[in-house]
Structure formats: structure tokens, C-alpha cells
Design a protein around this ligand. Sequence first.
Ligand SMILES: Cc1ncc(COP(=O)(O)O)c(C=O)c1O
Length: 381
Amino acid sequence: LLYNYDLPLIKQQVSKEALAKRQDSFWKFRELLPLKASNQISLGEPYTPILEASFEYNGEVYDVSVKDDGRLPTGTFKSRGMAVAVSKLKELGVKRVAVPSAGNAAAALAAYGAKARMDVYAFMPRDVPEVILKECIRLGAQVYLVDGLISVAGKFVKQLAGDYGWFDVSTNKQPYRFEGYKAIAFELAEQYEWKLPDHILFPTGGGEGVIGIWKGIRELMQLGWIQKAPRITIVQSSGCAPFVEAFVRGRSEIKTSWKKAETIAAGLRVPFPFASYLVLKAVRETGGTAVAVEEKEIVSSMKAFLREGIYAGPEAASTLAAFRELVKNKVLDKKEKTLLYITGTALKHFDSFRVDKSQVHVLNEDTRALRLDREKSERTC
Ligand SMILES: Cc1ncc(COP(=O)(O)O)c(C=O)c1O
């Protein structure tokens, strides 16, 4: 299910100029959201910044733009979908919500659900990053860990939602979360003065973000507010890449579950995404492609981002690895304006880096004791 709007009518009601005068937040696109403005549940969602960054690869320097959704209230782009979904569900009178999640969607639902005074039930794989587990618990969600991946978590929600009166907020199984992600396209369009970049690289697990952006781009085109759509390229880990496999084989949907899904990027570990045909359609329609990157490339990209001062979590860091891959294979032209989408902050993931504390200087109060030992002051992780 996807929402349809009376776009010709909305075009009469609101203009780009009127939007420019409103406070920068995705809520400013209220005419294009499915709820009354007075029912918005907000935790203070800003426009997230677009940063310029340069990366060296094979002796060449590449300039890219980076949009950092790590700055959203729950540290990931999942804030967008859950802010809109929870607001709409509250408007509809829903009091209990349940979600299967790799982690960040549950955290976002827990945060907005807390603000909306809803009961939140979160089902996650038992090896969900510990920081996210703690986050969900402290936000007041009722947490269940399952032996298995998000698909197993999904079975619990599907089978029990009716018995317990939960509204099932699963990825791609309701129309509300897309509406939050579609505002990514609106926000980007305004930030780029209504000319979107040529190419967006987006980390993809269930594909909800991609469907949302694509929907937003289509609405912008129909409103006549942008003339050209960007190519949307999905990025996955080679440890779980069902979309990439389906795309490369020319399939219109994913037919079987990915075996032994494993990746450090928990949000990309979705072995059998629901409504996969929509994601593949979005990618093909925009002329984008699908790339799988190696785990070690994800880790090295996270480090490369941090050396630029950019806090990209593992899912987000995969876009830089994909960028390198596309440049290597000449799929991406250096002159194209490329945007790497940072879907989540590195702050939730620092504990996945090992640091040898014995290599770090410990100083007592005697300042004379400090001798700069070059070896020791080299990077320790
Ligand atoms: C940080 C992050 N990036 C990307 C994704 C993938 O998002 P989607 O399921 O919409 O493809 C997730 C999913 O949990 C995530 O947490």
C-alpha cells in the first residue's frame, strides 16, 4: 500500500517559496504528509547536513557529498519513518505497536512510541548490537530477542499481532514509514535548490528507504518541482546481498532467502525482504544499479569516514566502499555529482573497534614525564 495525493491540488496550496519560509525539518512538507499537522509527534528533527568530503583512491582524489542522517534524534534515518508512522498511528487511535527489526527501526519506534505514550514491542536478533539493545530497553520498549534473523522476528509479530492487539509496523508492510523516507527527496531537493545530485548511493536492507526516496522523487517530478531524477544505487554487504543478486540476474523480485546471512552492518542483514519488487523497480526505473561490498571494505570505509571527521556507522560506510567499486569498474563517472547517504551514526558502533589500551599513553601529573614516543602515538586501532 502506498499513499496517493492530489498533487495538482497541493501544487495550488503550497509553493517552493512558501516552503522556504518554514522551519527546516521534514515536517515542513505537511501538505505532502498523511496526517494533520497538529498530530505530529516530534523529537526535534532537523534538516540533516550535506557535507563535502574527499577520498583518495588509487592515487586519485574524489570529491563526494555526504548527507548525514546520523544527526536525527535516534541517530539513524529510521527516525524519519517512525516519526511519521507513530504520528499517524496515534492519530488513528493505535495504542500498541510491534516491530521486527535489525535494531535501529526498533530504537526509533521505541523513542517515538515513548513520546506518544504507546506500548512498543520490539523483536530483534539475539546478536543485535548491545548499544541498540540497551537503547530500546531504556526507551521503555518491551524487548524480545529471537534465535535467528529479522525474518524470524517477523514471524512472531505476524502471528501474534492479532492476539495481542499490536499494530504491525514491519518494514514495507504498512504505508506510513515510506512517507517519512520520501521526505528525504524533498529535503534534498530544497537543499540542492531543486536540482538533485546525479547519483545517490543508499545502504539497503529491507529497502524501505529506497522505496521512500523513489516515491518522493516521483511526487516531486509530478509537482514539476524537479526536472531530473537521480540514479538510485543500492548498496549491500557481500555477506547478505539478495537485492544485488536479483538485480544482477535481471529478476523482478527476490524469490528465496539468502543463506547464512552475516555482516557487521546489522541493518543490512535482511535475507528475505518483503515487497522486494518495489525496491528493484525503483532502482531500475531511475537507471541505478546494485553493488555488494566486502566486509573488510566496510570496516576500512568506516575508518576512512572517521578520518574525515564523519561519523558513518557500518551500514552507511558501505556506500564509500561501493563508490570505490563503481569508480574502479567505470560505472561511475568522476564528473557525476554523487551523494553518499549516511543512514546512521558511528556512535552506536565504536565498541566494534578493538583498541589496544597498552599502546595509549597514560600520564600522571608530572608533565616532564611526557616524552613523545612516535611509535606509541601512532594509531592504536
Ligand atoms: C543504519 C541503517 N542503514 C540502512 C538500513 C537499511 O534500511 P532499509 O531496511 O530501509 O533498506 C538500516 C536498517 O535497519 C539501518 O539501520
